[in-house]
Ligand binder design. Sequence first.
Ligand code: GLA
Ligand code: ZN
Length: 687
Amino acid sequence: MTQPRNPLWPETIWHGADYNPEQWPETIRAADPELMRAANLSAVSLGIFAWSTIEPEPGRFDWTMLDEAFSRLHRGGLRIALATPSAAHPRWLSALHPETVACDANGARRRPGGRQAFCPTSPVFRARVGAIDTALAERYGRHPALALWHIGNESMSGCWCDLCVAQWRVWLERRYGSLAELNRQWWTAFWSQTFSSWDEVIPPYANSDGSTGQWLDWRRFQSHQLCELLKHEIACVRAHSPSVPTTSNLMGFYPWVDYAQVADVVDLVSWDSYPAVGGDPSLTSLTHALMRGLKPSAPWLLLEQTPSATNWQEHATLKPPGLLRAESFQAVAHGSDSVMYFQWRRGRGANEKFHGAILEHSGRDDARVFREVSALGAELARVGPRVAQTQAAPARVAILHDWENRWALEKGAPARDKRYIETIHRHYRALWRQNIAVDVTRSDADWSQYRLLVVPMLYLLKTGAFPLDGAPEELAARIDFPARLATWMRAGGTCVASYLTGIVDESDLAFTVGYPGPLGPLFGVRVEETDNRRAGDANRLVLDPPLAGMRNEYPCERWFDLVRAEGADVLATYGDGWYAGTPCLTSNHFGAGRGIWLGTDADDAFLEDFYRGRCADAGIAPLVAAVDGVEAQERVGAAERLLFLINHADTSRTIMLGDRVGTDLLSGRSVSEAITLAARGVAIIAD
Ligand code: GLA
Ligand code: ZN
């Protein structure tokens, strides 16, 4: 109950949608604010993809649409998240300056059209974006309705043009200092790929082949370039709009941008959540935790979700009644200070006319989706100011996820069947099912609040060997993962690391001190070899004697470390095959903490039982007793704790509350001992 409110953010939970008045005639536009009020919206995202309307020809700005929208929305009491339109650049710009259009992975210029088709490096593109962003900020940057700058939209990486390549060479020269060092780091003597001049250094084009080091640096650079563009845009708007926070909507586990870099550039993290209907709600929770963990110091925003179906997933399944509400409160439970949708109104044409919207093509306010959205908006208006005084409660358990590791693992580690995200999800779900709050943390985050840190498949360890900015001690404190983990464990933290951890450094060069490289002393093990077999070709993890609350044995598959204990206690060994009797689960004292090595992919029952015990050891209790299908999360503020209970099941559930008595903010009823939630029901219990 210690976190002060973030001063960046207004004091309620927003309810809003992407709004594209530029696609509609006056008769429709004029009715929108009234309908939005009926839908109980409090905010809209405006101007995303509106470049060709705002600047119909080079240098001529037409403010008619935005002026009108600002004054109507403001009069209607709605807050505005104003987008910079950089995600989709106009045809005239592509025609005038073809180099603003990105090149594909073969280095061939794409044809203009669509969105995310720009080159982030092109000076002309940057200048044009800067001009329109500056003009927008000059005109609306201090408007009383403006609450947020929405920079670009779902930025993706991906330009392979000569301008980007030239910039990449500059970036590489800064990183390595010399071509000789680059040759060493990329291990270029292999297959005779030694570079003798900077001009020979090209990206790993789709029609060429390169080392993983090269590939990793290209990915790092592409994220860096996107962030440079974001920084440029933010500087432009901030110059005229200094007190309005910035965000850029992310896409969860999207693989190709290092969102940790992006989070450091914006004020608030936001993301677009599109869980499949009938999917696993724990995956949505995990992704909320991932997004929250990118910037733990600030609240985050759910900027998009569909109110009904999508048009781009395998099936355009409708959300059954109640699902939208449950998913919305799930996001809020995880710390979101908004519930927003794509989109306000279905367009009549082009790609997204059948994507769900608050208003269907009929435009009727008595349709099912409109009524559900409106009812949810009324609830949010009622509880929002109180809920917004709180933030996601600090978790004591975290799971580490890292984009650079993901890239290296995919490209550099052995075998094709890796399942990094699936593995993180399985560890997360084992804790989630027990109502243990879990953060997803960055490899450079402050872990002091955690007692248990789960590190699955951290193949690549960042040591900070090639820092681009900053003083050496400050960088070591921030980047040197092995040193930071050692400090945290010495102070009493328990770390659970899995197979495939500690194999290479940040250039994908294997450690030569044995695996897990510099983490060896922390875990008291040496991994001599790792066997990888097809799923289903199982072994047994045998605990002899079993740990408290655990079975004697559990199935395990896919990855089998052959571990030599060097100081660690052996907790379990393999039961079968030619390495039967070899350790696969060990525990090592390290300072006041503990390093647990999980050398194999043990089943879900193992993970649940194992984490139950480790949480108990660390004094971490579930929020409430687990009930299948029910999720519990907590938000805390200076004045109160709010327990969110979400029944994801489609039948009712009863949850025993123990000593958590209080009032359900949604129903207004006081609750004690137990609460029954209908299918997809939600309660927010204030104590
Ligand atoms: C993304 C985009 C939106 C829209 C939706 C459709 O999240 O940001 O513009 O295309 O997908 O689901
Ligand atoms: Zn480019």
